[in-house]
Each structure stands twice: as C-alpha cells, then as structure tokens.
Design a protein around this ligand. Structure first.
Ligand code: SF4
Length: 196
C-alpha cells in the first residue's frame, strides 16, 4: 500500500483542464455527498467501456483550475459535499490534475480518482495528492458484481491516506444500483453511478 507523503506542490491556478461534465452534488460516485468531474478524452480504450462518448480526445469545456476549485467551494457551501471524485475519460491525461487535487485537498475536501492506469505507473505527484484511487483497465471478462461502482474484479482500491478508511464499506456492502439521472440543458440526460 502506498503511503501518502504530501509534499508542497507549487500550484498554478491558471492551468487548464478539459472537462466533459460536472455534477455539483451526487451520492453515486463514492462515499458521502461529492462533486464529480468527468474529464474528456481517454487513450486506454477498454473493450466494453460504458463511457465511450468520453473517449475522443477533443475539446469539451476548457476550464482553469481556479474555476473548477471555485465550483467545488460553491458546492461545499451549498450542498455540504465531503469531497470530489475525478472520472472520465481518463483523468490522468489532464496535466493539471495533481495540482487540482492538491488545491481541492487544501480546502479540506477529500479526493477520489478513477483511472484506467495502474497506480504504480502514475506520476508520484499525483499519487501524493489523492486520498483514494481505483485503478486498472475495465475488463469485461471479469465483471465485478460485488463492489459498488467498480466495473471489473482486476480493478483495485488504494487507500493513500486514512481519510476514507472508515468508508470502505461503501464499496463492499451488498451492491446497490446507484444511478442518478441528471438533466442538463446543454447536454441532455446524463446518467451517473453504476450502469443499469
Ligand atoms: S479507462 Fe475508463 S473511460 Fe477509458 S476506455 Fe477504459 S473504461 Fe472507458
């Protein structure tokens, strides 16, 4: 298990990230109320991916790190979110992700990352900036019906700080279908959580 050793990262709040969607408050993307951010673009291309519309590496919504942090703070104020979940697409394609995670963490919000890469291959700065990582490609030959939100059995949960230690039951309790349907004016109906 990797042990978090947070170092001070220089933060460049003008750095830009390519965001597909933001849900300011959801209970379907990890323990507690959370903000969820789906990044556009993925180069892993797992067979059976349920987010194929997020695979193309094209421009979606280009946002600065400061803009995203401001939305997270607004969500904290309005909805009392406990943290933020990063999904995709492949969030680690975003160069500013470690700085975004660090900045969110500096505001006492937890961070959860879903990545198709294995944690051993991630940038050390990123790993040091996140509280919990679910890693690995989605493997449709190994569907996981026992853990919430985790698609296949090869995907691992890494607790990098103690923040979510007490919340591991959320992933392991009897699987419930957690699906939220959000209707966004610009993008139409958007479904998040476990796939039906
Ligand atoms: S890493 Fe995620 S978004 Fe990318 S292809 Fe695999 S399941 Fe889809």
């Amino acid at each position: 298990m990797l042990k978090q050793n947070r170092k001070d990262l220089p933060l460049d709040l003008s750095k830009k990230l390519n965001v597909a969607h933001i849900n300011m408050c959801t209970e379907a993307e990890g323990p507690h109320k959370r903000m969820a951010i789906w990044f556009q673009g993925c180069n892993i291309l797992c067979e059976g991916c349920c987010n194929t519309e997020l695979q193309p590496i094209v421009t979606a919504h280009i946002m600065t790190l400061q803009e995203i942090v401001d939305i997270a703070l607004e969500s904290q104020k309005l909805y009392g979110i406990e943290g933020v979940t990063f999904l995709g697409g492949e969030p680690t394609l975003q160069e500013g992700l470690s700085e975004l995670a660090k900045s969110i963490g500096n505001n006492n919000l937890g961070t959860i990352l879903f990545t198709g890469k294995i944690v051993e291959l991630l940038d050390e700065k990123l790993v040091y900036s996140i509280d919990l990582i679910v890693d690995g490609k989605f493997d449709e030959q190994q569907i996981d019906n026992n853990r919430n939100l985790i698609g296949s059995k090869n995907q691992r949960i890494h607790l990098l700080t103690d923040r979510y230690k007490k919340d591991m039951d959320w992933f392991y309790k009897v699987r419930e279908k957690r699906v939220e349907v959000n209707i966004a004016q610009s993008t139409g109906v958007f479904i998040s959580g476990d796939v039906l």
